[in-house]
Design a protein around this ligand. Structure first.
Ligand code: GLC
Length: 468
């Protein structure tokens, strides 16, 4: 069908896109959120758009950014004006603006430290969201599209409601388990517009809920895989926001994350990994877990399911930090299987990469997983993924029994996982294994394609007649 030339011109025009988020993988991050913000913004910039990332000026972020001061954004709080300094730099074609307020962000840790989450997180991120909203609507950035990531940026959506012309607002859910909700009584300390304090605004079950506010006011809602988008519509998947998400179902779409590959694929290095782990190379598969040690990630299933495989000649390495009871259980597993299990209790992206390149199987037994990047990294480096079939894991891994390249199980139980581990042990060393490895390595895609999908979505909003 012929496209009128005027329309073609509109569609081809570069957009001014502002991502607002709490993490960036090169500057300050704790997990997949930062990887996505970085990969997506760089790909959109490479495609010719004018892309800005607005981030909190954490201590570690400012140390890495090495940016220049470009004035300030003043946010009116009930006790007076709070000054956020704008520190700017350009990274891989993306304009990075860090909003720095030392009282809230010049500390060790992003959201908390060894004593737990920071008690002032609500006010920190409300104030950050207010400064970010002012910035992206202002003359300097003047975004066509404001893309908000997770609860930290959710309040930007209602804050832009009265701005004219109003930018398109896209809210991405990376993980609905975190909403940033806090007591209604704190509303007065936040300086949010009083008109937003109602159940179709920032209130949810009598609490202020930043993620809900984002979902309520955004023009479109996205999440990071098609299967998770469907799961979000169920009571179990969408939790207490399922009703709102069902109501906005027409505006919800799942776009699978890409993989931001920073290092080229190297040789497989199983022996080197075994040496480093002080394990003698096993006859069976070398299993690995690289994960936050949390309930969501199903680490307890792994701990319960893996012993029979270890007894039959497999070995395992685990890298991660998190819940104390899982840490203790992994230490016990290591003691019970000397020379067969190695547990590294820290967060180390380089070691993670070496594990993906050395392990035979990387296990991701998550109870829920919006997308999951671990299985993609594992596949890229030639380790087969063993996953629970949920969220983005279901969208990226096909079982070897269906001519795929991984091992899938459905029920969130140790016995279902043990069965998958056993299937991996049986297949290990066969020709079929090699074919699966080749297929796995060919699968992960970069960011160009998903970045285009987001841009198509942005354009649909920008070109909507109702857009201000
Ligand atoms: C969150 C999700 C994870 C997803 C990541 C990036 O960390 O738990 O599944 O891959 O965000 O979108």
């Amino acid at each position: 069908m012929a496209t009128p030339s005027s329309e073609a011109r509109v569609i081809a025009a570069p957009l001014r896109v502002a991502h607002i988020a709490a993490e960036h993988s090169q500057l300050a991050h704790t997990g997949g959120l930062g990887e996505v913000v970085t990969g997506l913004s760089q790909a959109q910039s490479a495609a010719g758009h004018q892309v800005t990332c607005v981030l909190p000026g954490y201590r570690e972020l400012l140390a890495r950014l090495d940016g220049d001061s470009r004035g300030a954004v003043i946010v009116g709080m009930p006790w007076g004006g709070v000054r956020f300094e704008r520190i700017e730099a350009v990274r891989d074609g993306v304009r990075i603006i860090a909003l720095s307020e030392p009282g809230w962000f010049d500390r060790g840790g992003l959201y908390g430290d060894a004593n737990g989450a920071f008690g002032d997180n609500p006010v920190r991120f409300v104030a950050f969201s207010r400064a970010a909203a002012q910035l992206v609507a202002g003359a300097d950035v003047r975004a066509d599209v404001v893309h908000l990531h997770d609860w930290h940026a959710g309040l930007v959506a209602p804050l832009l409601e009265e701005v004219c012309p109003r930018p398109a607002r896209v809210m991405t859910i990376h993980n609905i388990a975190h909403t940033g909700a806090f007591a209604r009584a704190a509303f007065d300390t936040c300086g949010l517009p009083p008109a937003t304090l109602h159940s179709d605004g920032v209130l949810h079950w009598d609490r202020i809920n930043p993620l809900k506010a984002g979902l309520q006011y955004a023009d479109r809602i996205t999440t990071v895989s098609p299967t998770y988008a469907r799961e979000l519509l169920t009571d179990e998947g969408g939790r207490d926001l399922a009703g709102l998400l069902r109501h906005r179902q027409q505006d919800l779409v799942g776009i699978l994350n890409g993989l931001a590959i920073e290092e080229p694929r190297g040789q497989r290095q199983r022996t080197a990994l075994c040496d480093r782990a002080e394990l003698s190379p096993p006859d069976g598969p070398l299993f690995a877990v690289v994960s936050r040690l949390a309930e969501q990630k199903g680490i307890d299933l792994f701990i319960e399911a893996v012993p029979p495989a270890l007894e039959q000649g497999a070995a395992a390495v685990v890298l991660g930090t998190g819940d104390a009871h899982l840490t203790a259980a992994l230490n016990r597993l290591q003691e019970r299987f000397p020379g067969r299990v190695r547990f590294w209790n820290h967060f180390d992206p380089r070691l993670a990469r070496d594990i993906f390149a050395g392990a035979d199987v990387v296990c991701v037994p998550s109870r829920f997983e919006p997308c999951g990047l671990t299985q993609l990294h594992a596949m890229y480096h030639g380790a087969l993924p063993l996953v629970r079939r949920t969220g983005g894991l279901a969208d990226t891994v096909v079982d070897v029994g269906d001519d795929g390249w991984g091992f899938c199980f459905d029920e969130a139980s140790a016995s279902a996982m043990a069965h998958a581990l056993e299937r991996a042990c049986r297949l290990y060393g066969t020709k079929r294994w090699e074919a699966a490895q080749t297929a796995a390595m060919a699968k992960p895609v970069g960011w160009a394609e998903p970045a285009d999908a987001y841009v198509d979505l942005y354009r649909a909003i920008v070109n909507e007649p109702s857009a201000a």
